[in-house]
Ligand binder design. Structure first.
Ligand SMILES: [Fe+2]
Length: 222
């Protein structure tokens, strides 16, 4: 569903006014649970990747953000392939309903595990002129909220409950954070960046949409 994080109607020409397009849908619950279990069982596998400088939370998995692509595992893990295909359709729905262009783009995904007492710090996924679309998925129902912050006012929030299977797409520049995780069961979420295609060698992002993929997807709907 296409929705907007919007300002209240400005009462004069100088008051801030914004309307940020976002898109939310529910991913299949069984697939969501399968990914949760797989990530929980295989989290140590990801510690082999190099540690980066920035992290959205203070734990070893969060410090690997940007050094691997979760979708590199989609050929061996069926539920990740299902999620990858689901994100393709969500992306197409989002840009089509928004009236935006379908672009040749890549995707990079990672995951976060929060233990009791942890939270994801305020961050955005990029605000350069080429920044595009990011997203997140909550694999189970959690007691936390993801809180999106107005680019005009850091006290103006859009809180979204972290419900099971919920995938949200949003412009990468949009700041967000989570409330503290307060239950004993680990909170696992997946985050991803959809980036416009660039011709770079040895890059981590993999194709999400290109001409060939679009032809395949269109064939499935015929
Ligand atoms: Fe994020």
């Amino acid at each position: 569903m296409l929705k907007y994080f919007s300002s209240k109607h400005p009462t004069n020409e100088f008051a801030p006014s914004w309307s940020i397009p976002m898109y939310s849908e529910l991913f299949n619950f069984d697939e969501s649970k399968k990914i949760y279990s797989w990530l929980l069982d295989n989290q140590k596998e990801f510690l082999k990747y190099p540690e980066g400088d920035s992290a959205v939370a203070d734990n070893p998995i969060a410090h690997r953000l940007g050094s691997y692509n979760l979708f590199d595992y989609k050929n061996e893990v069926d539920c990740l392939q299902t999620l990858y295909n689901y994100i393709q359709t969500l992306y197409l729905d989002f840009v089509t309903k928004k009236g935006a262009a379908i672009r040749t783009c890549d995707i990079i995904a990672w995951f976060n595990i929060l233990e009791k007492g942890e939270k994801i710090k305020s961050h955005h996924h990029g605000a350069n002129p080429d920044s595009y679309i990011s997203g997140n998925l909550h694999l189970l129902k959690y007691d936390t909220y993801t809180i999106y912050v107005s680019p005009y006012d850091n006290q103006c929030f859009l809180p979204e409950p972290d419900s099971m299977g919920n995938v949200t797409l949003f412009p990468s520049y949009l700041e967000h954070f989570t409330t503290e995780h307060t239950s004993d069961k680990p909170r696992i979420s997946i985050s991803f960046d959809i980036v416009p295609y660039t011709e770079t060698e040895n890059k981590l992002p993999i194709p999400l949409i290109n001409e060939e993929i679009l032809k395949e997807i269109t064939k499935e709907y015929e």
